[in-house]
Design a protein around this ligand. Sequence first.
Ligand SMILES: C[S@@+](CC[C@H](N)C(=O)[O-])C[C@H]1O[C@@H](n2cnc3c(N)ncnc32)[C@H](O)[C@@H]1O
Length: 230
Amino acid sequence: MPNPILPTGKEKEVFVKEMFNSISPSYDRINRIMTFRFDQVWRRQSLRSLNLPARSTILDLACGTGDFVKMARAQGHRCVGTDFSIGMLSHSQLFGDLVVSDALNLAFSDSSFDAVTCGFALRNFTDLIPVFIELARVLRPGGRVALLEVAQPSSLILKAGHAIYFNKLVPIIGGMLSDKNAYRYLPASVSYLPPPATIVELLVKAGFSNISHSRLTTGAAQLFTATKAG
Ligand SMILES: C[S@@+](CC[C@H](N)C(=O)[O-])C[C@H]1O[C@@H](n2cnc3c(N)ncnc32)[C@H](O)[C@@H]1O
């Protein structure tokens, strides 16, 4: 695997796909360890923020090993997961309704979902606007999105502690338990993320309204929710 040099365009697409294929066997275990299981708390908060009626039809974009899919199905929703990494999908231990597709060119018809969830994937896409346009296309009018991502706390003290943990310890722990380069890429990839205000602007451009941005757990994660204009 090449060094994580933060590639762009096609090079980034290939790098990200290969990286997730390679870390897929240990992805869930390392995620739980590194976030002290807060990743599941944040997913639960994201789903709750959508305020969906029972038995809604949800797309989990870049679903990886399917944590959102399992949670949404356990709540009685129909949830389809999609990802471009066959390795991640095959370690989901899920059956049915898992589709290999690229977030920039989704394999779903227009207006086919009530909601979309997306966990920790925005910074891995090669471009955000085409993804947001795809989300608006596959959502029904009035459909909702919840986009969950990592973030940095805003308080100076928490920011310093978080930086030491995320930038120094995470690559060491990840390197010991899995692939060193992949877990060096993880903190580095945060620099792909535009500031929240820019993400909000892109969502507006793609046809979303009623957009909110919130920080979770003192800012270690962030959540965008939005509604497809009717
Ligand atoms: C950090 S993982 C997150 C997985 C899962 N959403 C979660 O909450 O654990 C990022 C996922 O995004 C997927 N991904 C990245 N770029 C993608 C793209 N263009 N199309 C589809 N999936 C993509 C990767 O394969 C990987 O499974």
